[in-house]
Design a protein around this ligand. Structure first.
Ligand SMILES: [Zn+2]
Length: 396
């Protein structure tokens, strides 16, 4: 069971309203050289949120900025549940009297962001998302909309700080957009993109705290994001990640091409449209292919299927397995000793549930299919154990 979203939202709102907002632009006070007013807002918000979460959910661990990198990496890899909190993002804005800062909380479950919350106390705006359920702004559905702006008319939010000098030079001399801004709060920038505020986004290197909640809010709103390498932004790791975003599919494609030289379908995770998939798939098929769930053994429609034909990906229709290589493993899931072609599937090492297994995904669209085990029949000795719900059988 996931923690209740409303409870978390109320906690974050209360703390930000009571600990952060009253210290902003406080009459008669200035931020001292040691930043004490700022530190006070930051620390007291951090302390109160941690205490409350520890009381409400004692089993869930905290990932902290002060921890050693090795401890952080180990927690990320080995914790089933993990909180990731940024009590005050946009501290420079806060100190300078600029009303753009926010509190952000994410919950990781088995290495995935399952809940993301970003709260802006100045505007009383609560952005939140639950994996597979949607994104909301103050309780209303948050949905990225197609833009009527072309690339050359668009407004880009760009933080030049950690970008490579040659890219910065190109953006100054040959910008593809009309005009550029920088808000100075990463967590708010993700949320604003999800709310169709601005058309393009670029950041040279974000920490995990800056991106965790935002990746889920944007994803659930149906927006598009990747790194400058064309990879999915969120990783179970502490390295900084570059971030490209657009709420609009075609602007995103043009922005990715300009920045990376990649076509959008060469990037990870950008070529599946979550909204279309939700309409196309059943709830079970969506949970299994998009969230890595597993159907109960002996319940799927194909584990006993002995007809001749090809098993396609339920999401993108790529050919994955053939009846020629299917066998009865007795496991209760369709089992194959090899995929239809070597590059039809990709393997990902999966360390969730306290064991190391090799996850199998569709090489074309990244849909979760199942796992591969070294106990199959010859000639490969492998058992591709696949969910029926990830497959669509075509009889031949
Ligand atoms: Zn696929």
């Amino acid at each position: 069971m996931l923690p209740d979203l409303k409870t978390l939202e109320n906690l974050i709102r209360d703390v930000a309203q009571q600990e952060i907002l009253p210290r902003f632009n406080q009459v008669g006070f200035e931020v001292k050289d040691d930043g004490s007013l700022l530190t006070e807002a930051d620390l007291s918000a951090d302390k109160r949120i941690r205490q409350s979460l520890a009381e409400l959910y004692p089993a869930i661990t905290f990932l902290s900025e002060e921890m050693d990198l090795t401890v952080q990496e180990s927690l990320l890899q080995n914790s089933r549940h993990l909180w990731c909190l940024d009590p005050l993002d946009g501290t420079s804005n806060f100190a300078a009297g600029i009303p753009l800062f926010a509190t952000s909380l994410a919950l990781f479950v088995n290495g995935e962001v399952k809940i993301g919350i970003t709260y802006d106390p100045v505007r009383d705006e609560m952005f939140s998302a639950v994996k597979g359920q949607g994104a909301w702004l103050n309780g209303e559905d948050l949905l990225c909309k197609p833009s009527s702006f072309s690339l050359d008319k668009s407004i880009a939010i760009v933080d030049f700080k950690r970008l490579k000098p040659d890219l910065v030079q190109r953006l100054f001399s040959d910008a593809p957009y009309k005009s550029q801004r920088n808000l100075g709060s990463c967590v708010l920038e993700w949320a604003w993109m999800a709310a169709n505020r601005g058309h393009l986004y670029l950041h040279g290197g974000m920490k995990l705290w800056d991106l965790a909640a935002g990746t889920l809010i944007l994803e659930e709103a149906g927006g598009y994001a990747c790194t400058l390498e064309g990879e999915t932004v969120f990783r179970q790791a502490m390295q900084v990640r570059s971030v490209l975003i657009s709420p609009d599919k075609s602007l995103f494609a043009a922005w990715v091409l300009y920045l990376t030289g990649l076509k959008v379908d060469e990037t990870e995770g950008a070529n599946t449209d979550k909204h279309q998939l939700k309409q196309k798939l059943t709830e079970e098929e969506y949970k299994i292919t998009q969230e890595g769930a597993t159907e109960p053994a002996f319940t799927g429609k194909y584990y006993q299927n002995t007809e001749s034909g090809i098993y396609h990906c339920i999401c993108c229709e790529s050919a994955l397995f053939s009846s020629d290589e299917k066998y009865d493993s007795g496991s209760g899931w369709p089992s194959y000793w090899q995929p239809v072609t070597e590059d039809a599937v990709i393997e990902i090492t999966d360390s969730t549930h306290g064991m190391t297994r090799v996850e199998i995904r569709c090489a074309n669209c990244d849909a979760h299919l199942g796992h591969v085990f070294p106990d199959g029949p010859q000639p490969t000795g492998l058992r591709y154990c696949i969910n029926s719900a990830s497959l669509d059988f075509e009889k031949q």
